[in-house]
Design a protein around this ligand. Structure first.
Ligand SMILES: C[S@@+](CC[C@H](N)C(=O)[O-])C[C@H]1O[C@@H](n2cnc3c(N)ncnc32)[C@H](O)[C@@H]1O
Length: 296
């Protein structure tokens, strides 16, 4: 059972921006004992969150049994904390990782700089959006952004619509850039793409919470984990505005090959790492003088 869990002490707000009330319900000791027996490392914290979310004792019992059976806590609760927000996460949808808040922070900084540079509303796209956590948190942090998100998985698209609509964005369904409206070509200032990047052979080594409850299409990045990413880097220059940025997460061991793919597409590459978050983010930038729209 995973040791990652929403922090009950930080009282995240819902995506709509309304502060969420702190959980006040004292969990019954039997719930803590059941979760502990099932292997939950943070049994007390999880019990408090489940008790606060359940409307009736029967509902609480059902939630506890799902959690004890190994379902991710976020799927049982129906939300995950991300970027200070409470993001809706449905069963079968990738659970946003706290590690990805590092990518979010970099995207927010670049989005702010883009608005200063261009003097207009930042255009942001969250490709492979899953629940839409990254795009929703980005739009919340950047006041006044044109936000589009897309995913290939219908369950993710349905879930993302709930989160992204709350910040005035749109979610499209389909394969990478093919899902996006063509009017975005050459206009994207910040393109976040937390694509699947686990090498196929390593998917079986993931914790059961990921392997059994998140879709393979959200995890499996092909033989070396970079198949989806290479498609993104190849097409990104045609969609970025001059000076626009592509940001994606990668494994430490994949970073060199990911940078190579970025450079091959004509973007300038930078690697940013966070020891605190165990995160590696690659940033590709279309040179300001370049026009990636040429020849499309
Ligand atoms: C690692 S998850 C990341 C989700 C979200 N960005 C996050 O950070 O929480 C990758 C997502 O990419 C989506 N995906 C995989 N292949 C795709 C494709 N070809 N086109 C669009 N989305 C894709 C999956 O459905 C999944 O939701």
């Amino acid at each position: 059972m995973s040791s990652s869990h929403p922090s009950p002490s930080s009282h995240p707000s819902p995506a709509s921006g309304v502060p969420a009330p702190p959980p006040t319900t004292e969990p019954p000791p039997s719930v803590v004992a059941r979760l502990r027996a099932a292997g939950c490392v943070f049994a007390e914290d999880e019990a408090a969150l489940l008790a606060a979310a359940a409307r009736t004792p029967d509902a609480l019992a059902a939630m506890v049994e799902r959690r004890a059976a190994g379902h991710p806590l976020e799927h049982v609760l129906g939300w995950a904390e991300f970027g200070g927000l409470r993001i809706a996460v449905d069963p079968g949808v990738f659970v946003p990782r706290r590690r990805t808040e590092y990518l979010l922070g970099r995207a927010v900084a670049l989005g702010r700089r883009a608005a200063e540079r261009t003097g207009r509303r930042t255009v942001a796209v969250d490709l492979c959006c899953g629940s839409g956590a990254v795009g929703t948190a980005l739009a919340t942090a950047l006041d006044g952004v044109e936000l589009h998100a897309c995913d290939i998985e219908p369950a993710a698209v349905r879930c993302a619509r709930r989160n992204v609509a709350a910040v005035g964005g749109q979610v499209h369904e389909g394969d990478l850039f093919a899902a996006l409206p063509v009017h975005l070509r050459g206009r994207i200032d910040v393109l976040t793409a937390n694509v699947p990047y686990v090498p196929t052979e390593e998917v079986g080594l993931l914790p059961p919470e990921a392997r059994e409850f998140e879709p393979l299409v959200a995890l499996d990045g092909g033989t070396d984990g970079l198949d989806v990413l290479r498609r993104v880097t190849a097409a990104a220059p045609r969609w970025l505005a001059p000076g626009g940025h592509l940001l994606f997460e990668t494994g430490e061991r994949q970073a060199d090959r990911a940078v190579e793919a970025v450079r091959r597409s004509g973007l300038l590459a930078e690697v940013a790492t966070s020891d605190e978050r165990y995160a590696t983010v690659v940033i590709g930038t279309l040179p300001a003088g370049a026009d990636g729209a040429d020849g499309r």
